[in-house]
Write a protein that binds this ligand. Structure first.
Ligand code: AKG
Length: 334
């Protein structure tokens, strides 16, 4: 069972990031890959029937199949929404909106004991809540991305931001950790993350509002505010994780390789804190004080997401992060 050393914890507290290799095993990764392959097996024939694809590419391995399908789709979310581990953040929620709330993601990523050990050590608490601000990012080679979707951070590079700035501004005090899980090796060539060392010591930096209609969270820090001398590349091997403080400025590079770059980003906070995306369901991941509240049932977790979808369809209000809108005319945001 993985346990962080005092030196690793000190590195994180000092620099605002930490890289830990070999957190997920090959078996974990295979279980997740199988779950994702099954989703494509299910969705590709539907997309073909709907006339959105010319063929199902069933002869290709998952990675190449995904890339080919994404390239052909007019709306990437016709597939991507089945792969992400979050519903779309939309008031106008489609009745059939989907996500991957499958058991492999729940058992082999979100509740993986190694990941929970790391979160416990870095948040310095045994009371862990799995925050629902979470995503799957499967990034095809940049050369294989249609230009229409080359600005979406689920599939292309991610602009500079702090994760705290993504949350709604009614969040109040939050102690949140980002756990970024590498499903493939991540390096400078295939689009690893990068961060500004020590930036977690600052307050929340000014962000520009994004205008991407699928994700109101796609805000960015203007390049001029980034201390270029302190940028660190966050390269990590498959199965490893990158940990980020909630105020560490970070983003990612383009995928200039000829293979996909795949990751999950999860967040944990202390139980009882507002998550900054209250409309979506999180869960108690670990608790010494109230162990009976810990969610261990993957199906029940999935059902919470689908119930949430149904409540939003029925009219529940979605609170968006609008705190950066006043900056839309700022000279640095042009
Ligand atoms: O995977 C990426 O490119 C970016 C992920 C990210 O920015 C995050 O986890 O906050």
């Amino acid at each position: 069972m993985l346990k962080l050393t005092p030196q690793q914890i000190e590195h994180f507290n000092e620099k605002g990031y930490l890289i830990v290799e070999h957190v997920l095993s090959e078996l974990d990764i295979q279980a997740i890959r199988d779950e994702y392959s099954a989703i494509i097996d299910r969705e590709a024939p539907r997309l073909l029937d709907e006339g959105q694809l010319s063929q199902t590419y069933a002869h290709l391995p998952f990675e190449d199949r995904y890339t080919k399908i994404l390239y052909e789709l007019e709306d990437m979310y016709a597939l991507y929404q089945h792969l992400d581990i979050s519903l779309p953040l939309l008031q106008d929620m489609p009745e059939d909106a989907s996500l991957n709330a499958g058991p492999a993601v729940f058992n082999h990523v979100l509740t993986h004991p190694n990941i929970l050990n790391i979160a416990e050590a870095l948040l310095n608490t045994s009371e862990l809540f799995s925050n629902p601000v979470q995503h799957t990012r499967i990034k095809p080679p940049k050369a294989a991305l249609p230009t229409t979707i080359a600005i979406d951070s689920n599939v292309a590079k991610t602009g500079w931001h702090q994760d705290e700035a993504v949350l709604t501004d009614d969040v109040g005090e939050i102690d949140m950790l980002t756990v970024w899980v590498a499903m493939t090796d991540a390096n400078r060539n295939n689009g690893c993350m990068m961060c500004v060392e020590g930036s977690h010591r600052k307050e929340v930096t000014m962000h520009c509002p994004g205008n991407h209609e699928q994700s109101s969270a796609e805000i960015f820090i203007p390049e001029d505010l980034i201390d270029q001398d302190k940028i660190v590349d966050l390269e990590v091997g498959k199965g490893g994780v990158v940990l980020l403080h909630q105020r560490t400025e970070h983003g990612s590079y383009d995928n200039n390789s000829d293979k996909i770059r795949w990751s999950f980003d999860l967040r944990f906070n202390k139980i009882g804190q507002h998550t900054g995306r209250e409309v979506f369901p999180g869960f108690v991941a670990r608790s010494q004080q109230n162990p009976e509240l810990v969610q261990t049932d993957a199906e029940a977790w999935a059902q919470e997401w689908f119930d949430t979808r149904d409540r939003i369809v029925a009219g529940e209000h979605v609170l968006f992060n609008e705190r950066w809108l006043p900056y839309s005319r700022h000279q640095l945001c042009a």
